[in-house]
Design a protein around this ligand. Structure first.
Ligand code: NCD
Length: 318
């Protein structure tokens, strides 16, 4: 296990396996009536979020609390950064108090990596700009494995705003390490520049045609719909929302096509969803949807990550 969790690229298949196996025992804690284990007693975890978040921030906080760590939330708006304090000054100030882990979300790609160079605490990247969101990829893999068994040889299609998606980047790395086939699907305007050589190097497929992927030779086992990130878009990446939905939304007819080709297929979305844009209500609420399982897995996976970063040799898993 590396000192920090900044990117899925810091891990290998064995480390991912270890994190997912520990997450499974953490899920036993999640199912107990009394959700408290002493594993991180005396450790302090700071959630430092410079971007909005519902599930990531609260699940890190819950994960820390259930393991008896002291957890504190700091947001950009309520902190001294709004008085003009620089990022290094803010994080070094928090670090000087003697905290053990900094869970960080920031709009700049590479921010968590930089912070790791400035502090003594362990750093967990909870999303840096359009770069990576490693715990999301781990919880996605955990959820998919729960429903599909091993991911080796399974076909995962990731659809939508790939350009702005850190979830996409982390997922491709994790899924390829776990042996899944990955197809990345997006309109030309939402494919990140340089994706063609990257896809060749990492061995994943590209498509601009969602319908062709859903009816292709290799049935889709997991369909991961990504949010259209309008807050990161400066210009027009597609003509109208309606046209985006027609081309790339998981509409009711596409849901039927997916399940006709593979009745066991699952639907994932990291949230927050734009219902009616990238995913229809029928699909989001279908029996095939594992979207709330992803949320539940988020706590167990984050417990596992904090445990492996902080518990040291004397800790015990559950
Ligand atoms: C994602 C994020 O913030 O990167 N959400 C999440 O963490 N669950 C994806 C998104 O914002 O669309």
């Amino acid at each position: 296990m590396p000192r920090h969790l900044l990117s899925i690229a810091d891990l290998d298949a064995a480390a991912i396996r270890m994190l997912l196996d520990t997450a499974a025992s953490m899920q036993d804690v999640q199912r107990r009536e009394v959700k408290k284990i002493p594993t991180l007693r005396g450790r302090t975890v700071i959630n430092l979020f410079f971007e909005d978040s519902t599930r990531t921030r609260s699940s890190f906080e819950i994960a820390g609390k259930w393991m008896s760590a002291d957890t504190i939330n700091i947001t950009g708006k309520g902190s001294s950064t709004s008085k003009g304090e620089s990022l290094p000054d803010t994080v070094m100030t928090i670090d000087a108090m003697g905290v053990d882990a900094l869970v960080m979300r920031h709009s700049a790609s590479g921010a968590a990596h930089q912070v790791a160079g400035w502090v003594k605490a362990r750093v967990v990247n909870a999303g840096d700009g359009t770069h990576e969101h490693p715990t999301q990829a781990l919880l996605d893999a955990f959820t998919m494995e729960q429903r599909l068994g091993t991911l080796a040889g399974r076909h995962v299609a990731i659809v939508g705003d790939l350009t702005h998606s850190r979830v996409f980047r982390s997922n491709v790395l994790a899924l390829r390490m776990l042996g899944a086939h990955v197809t990345a699907v997006a309109p030309v305007t939402l494919m990140p520049s340089g994706i063609t050589p990257w896809a060749q190097a990492d061995g994943f497929a590209l498509s601009h045609d969602l319908d062709a992927v859903l009816t292709g030779e290799r049935p889709v086992d997991a369909l991961m719909m990504l949010r259209v990130q309008r807050e990161r878009m400066a210009g027009g990446f597609f003509p109208t929302p309606r046209e985006y939905t027609v081309g790339y939304g998981l509409t009711r007819p596409r849901l039927q096509t997916l399940l006709a080709a593979n009745p066991e297929a699952v639907i994932c979305h990291p949230g927050p969803m734009n219902r009616g844009l990238e995913i229809s209500a029928d699909a989001a609420d279908a029996a095939a949807s594992v979207i709330l399982d992803q949320v539940a897995a988020g706590v167990a996976v984050r417990m596992s990550v904090l445990y492996h970063l902080l518990a040291g040799e004397e800790g015990s898993a559950a």
